[in-house]
Design a protein. Structure first.
Length: 212
């Protein structure tokens, strides 16, 4: 059952990742990326990495991708203009993609050698993978964690700066002017004399020989 679930989630993950780069709509690409993250979290659950799976769903799917969807919809990206000259630059892009894939394979493949993996003792197994991961991250990998946090902060500031650009169809308010505003600047009281309208004239009586 675990093997069948692994192949099912892996196939869904590969399909969603392929659709991320081939979808014509940026919103659809973001939704396929959410599906890819969810499938990856299912694979991690099968590998008994529950903390990583829950963190992926809560942080990336629940927060980052929702924020990304709002940013994409607010930016109103012109996809047709971005796709111009796609096939012209496709060979160079494919070559760069192959080089990146080979570099990642050279770096990541040694980590999949299960025969060289150290065996955990009984005391470490009682702590659980979540606590062991926290000890490993906040002791041996503290500085890379801080660098990643700074990069995420820069990305958040960049996303806010992109959405706050001046556009013709956007409306904004200046909080400093609102705070300094006074009642006289917003409301003007005008005193006017009362005007009494005369009562309406009564209708004329009907002439002789006329019926009402």
């Amino acid at each position: 059952m675990n093997t069948a679930l692994f192949y099912i989630f892996s196939a869904v993950l590969l399909f969603a990742a392929f659709r991320v780069i081939t979808a014509r709509s940026t919103v659809h690409a973001a939704l396929f990326l959410v599906l890819a993250f969810f499938s990856a979290s299912c694979v991690w659950i099968l590998l008994r990495a529950e903390f990583l799976a829950i963190a992926l769903v809560l942080v990336y799917v629940g927060a980052v991708m929702v924020l990304f969807l709002f940013v994409v919809m607010m930016l109103d990206v012109n996809v047709d203009a971005m796709r111009q000259g796609f096939w012209k630059h496709f060979p160079v892009a494919a070559l760069v993609g192959v080089v990146i894939a080979l570099e990642m394979a050279a770096v990541l493949l040694p980590g999949f050698r299960l025969t060289d993996a150290p065996l955990a003792n009984a005391a470490e197994l009682k702590l659980g993978n979540t606590k062991l991961l926290g000890i490993e991250v906040y002791t041996h990998y503290l500085y890379p964690l801080q660098i990643a946090a700074v990069l995420l902060l820069v990305a958040i500031i960049a996303a806010i700066s992109l959405t706050l650009r001046q556009r013709k169809d956007s409306k904004s308010q200046n909080p400093s002017e609102q705070v300094l505003a006074k009642k006289a600047d917003r409301v003007r009281i005008v005193k006017m004399a009362a005007v009494v309208e005369p009562p309406p004239a009564p209708p004329a009586p009907p002439a002789a020989g006329e019926t009402t």
